[in-house]
Design a protein around this ligand. Structure first.
Ligand code: RNT
Ligand code: ZN
Length: 413
């Protein structure tokens, strides 16, 4: 079936082997926080806050570092290709000691770096500016309180240093993504001073120049959060401007815009002005920005743009969702594979023919070719990709997840 499918694609000018090579060399950064509902391993870690919410109570969540690593290894065994770990600062190896956010050091993350080395994968990093008493008033880097601002600046600076060390040890640059929850439930009287303070704080966070071979800085905007419905300090315009001015990477989270707005359309624009892009592939549903990623139009369009803009080399693809209402391993695996399948579909487009049709004004052919693409045997190519990487195909995925649930997760009560 594979050789037949390959022939079909060759007949429309698509090199399937080339597509599979590109797919194999495009890692997806697995967000550690899907495994335990964004709790982390701090001493006394409590409720998720700062506008983030996880709903559901499916049994079997990871309760310790060892369990989270075991789960991640299981997820990696279900994914074709070579991926990365996206770690939040609250997931340090704190050994049961109280280590506040302004005191984190490389030593607290060395066991993660070693784990990544053992898995042959790279690591990305995130300061955790939420779920903390010093974030409870709703502000971190933009807080009017100097003490609070300095606390979070210190946390972000330390996060960059940890990321850079991970990048150095692993021989692959770590992307450090700054997202903060700062905003207001009701109408503010002075938006500007918050934004000025955020810019100043970010300047302090990024003041130390780090080797881009070890660390890449990214900033992430949001439209609104729970409790910040009327005003978010770090809006899209704010970070778009900041990233452009300071030439940091810009993070686009698919769930952080108006419901009818797609981040796919933004990719070709922002890449004209910022050096690199970080994606939080996610799925917004009504107020939630973090449903499990699907093989849907939105995800396919994002991947199409990355391929059509030849932007894969300048884009870091990460995921951002957390669903506690289903098996968490399934959420991770289904979401990541959906992103990969979308990328494969994009790589299998007949690009030359599409461009020729478009430039000659033959939009009929363009539309027909796009519809044709959906009906071609891309899933046979996907099966072959899974087979080559010795991971389950679509029919074997669920049974493997159920086995793990029965043999491992069920014992966690
Ligand atoms: C929150 C942002 C942010 C977080 C994670 C936990 O709205 O999307 O990326 O989801 O860092
Ligand atoms: Zn995000």
């Amino acid at each position: 079936m594979y050789s037949e499918a390959k022939e079909i694609y060759a007949s429309i000018g698509v090199d399937v082997e080339q597509a599979l090579t590109t797919l194999a060399h495009t890692p997806i950064s697995l967000h550690c926080w899907q495994g335990d509902d964004v709790v982390g391993f701090e001493d006394g870690a409590g409720a998720l806050g700062s506008g983030l919410a996880v709903t559901g109570n499916y049994p079997g969540k990871a309760r310790s570092l060892d369990e989270l690593r075991q789960d991640l290894e299981q997820v990696l065994s279900l994914l074709p290709g070579n991926h990365r770990l996206n770690l939040h600062a609250i997931y340090g190896d704190f050994g049961g000691k109280r280590v506040d956010r302004d005191a984190i050091e490389v030593q607290h993350f060395q066991s993660w770096i070693d784990w990544c080395k053992s898995q042959g994968i790279g690591m990305d990093f995130n300061p955790s500016c939420f779920s903390h008493t010093k974030a409870d008033a709703g502000f971190t880097l933009s807080s009017p309180d100097t003490g609070i601002r300095d606390f979070w600046i210190e946390h972000c600076q330390r996060s960059r240093a940890i990321a850079a060390e991970a990048g150095k040890q692993l021989g692959s640059s770590a992307v450090t993504n700054v997202w903060i929850p700062d905003g207001m439930k009701d109408l503010p009287a002075d938006r500007q001073s918050y934004r000025h303070r955020l810019a100043e704080s970010l300047d302090a966070v990024f003041a130390e120049k780090l080797d881009p071979a070890h660390n890449i800085d990214a900033v992430e905007s949001k439209l609104f959060g729970i409790g910040s419905e009327s005003f978010v300090v770090g809006s899209h315009e704010f970070y778009m401007g900041y990233a452009q001015k300071n030439q940091t990477a810009l993070c686009l989270d698919a769930g952080h815009f108006h419901p009818t707005e797609s981040i796919a359309d933004k990719i070709s624009s922002v890449l004209m002005y910022v050096p690199e892009l970080l994606l939080h592939v996610s799925r917004g549903v009504r107020w939630d920005s973090d449903h499990v990623v699907l093989f849907d139009d939105a995800t396919q369009q994002i991947m199409q743009e990355l391929v059509r803009c030849d932007a894969l080399d300048r884009t870091h693809i990460g995921l951002d969702f957390f669903d506690a209402s289903i098996n968490r391993i399934a959420a991770w695996a289904i979401g990541t594979r959906a992103a990969q399948k979308s990328l494969l579909l994009a790589l299998l487009e007949p690009h030359a023919a599409l461009r020729t049709a478009e430039i000659s004004g033959d939009y009929t052919t363009r539309l027909a070719l796009l519809e044709q693409s959906k009906a071609l045997p891309w899933s046979t190519i996907w099966s072959e990709f899974c087979r080559r990487h010795e991971v389950p195909g679509e029919l074997d995925l669920l049974p493997q997840i159920k086995d793990y649930e029965k043999n491992v997760l069920a014992a966690r009560t």
